[in-house]
Design a protein around this ligand. Structure first.
Ligand code: FES
Ligand code: FES
Length: 158
């Protein structure tokens, strides 16, 4: 049964028209055309579909849209205008951590939340935070280097 589900999407009040159990990733990509959120595994394993739900990184492929009623959803598009996004994406480029780019939006979402909460994370903390963001291309060292670089350059970005 299709119902109307109100929530805040990238700072704007919206209503999704969907059944409660529809996957959030599908609503974001199909109804709101926010295709920066990727679907890789569809099973909660790869991190490509990461979004922020009330500020916390959450996998949108295993989140039902009914669960976000009245809450705040932020996608990679919502981060794009932030200084944190600019610092992170520059750092990822500088470190050579973007190859095919498929994992990059999810990685940025996770790293953004990490640096917001832990401004100067050590390598172990970075690797743990990004453990749910799989990347087929970079071998991870360049991503860790990029997040370290972003932390050093952060200023008041977060
Ligand atoms: S698509 Fe959601 S975790 Fe892989
Ligand atoms: S850059 Fe290709 S999957 Fe990460």
């Amino acid at each position: 049964m299709t119902v109307s589900i109100p929530f805040e999407l990238n700072g704007v009040p919206v209503e999704a028209d969907a059944s409660l159990e529809t996957r959030l990733v599908d609503v974001l990509r199909e109804q709101f055309k926010l295709t920066g959120t990727k679907e890789g595994c569809g099973e909660g394993e790869c991190g490509a579909c990461m979004i922020l739900l009330d500020g916390q990184p959450v996998l949108s492929c295993i989140t039902a849209v009914g669960a976000v009623r009245g809450r705040q959803v932020t996608t990679i598009e919502g981060l794009r205008s932030t200084t944190g996004f600019a610092v992170l994406s520059q750092a990822l480029n500088d470190a050579g951590a973007v190859q095919c780019g498929f994992c990059t939006p999810g990685t940025i979402v996770t790293a953004y939340a990490l640096l917001r909460d832990f401004p100067m994370p050590d390598e172990k903390t970075i690797r743990e935070a990004l453990a749910g963001n799989l990347c087929r291309c970079t071998g991870y060292n360049m991503i860790v280097e990029a997040v370290t670089l972003a932390a050093q350059k952060r200023g008041d970005a977060w």
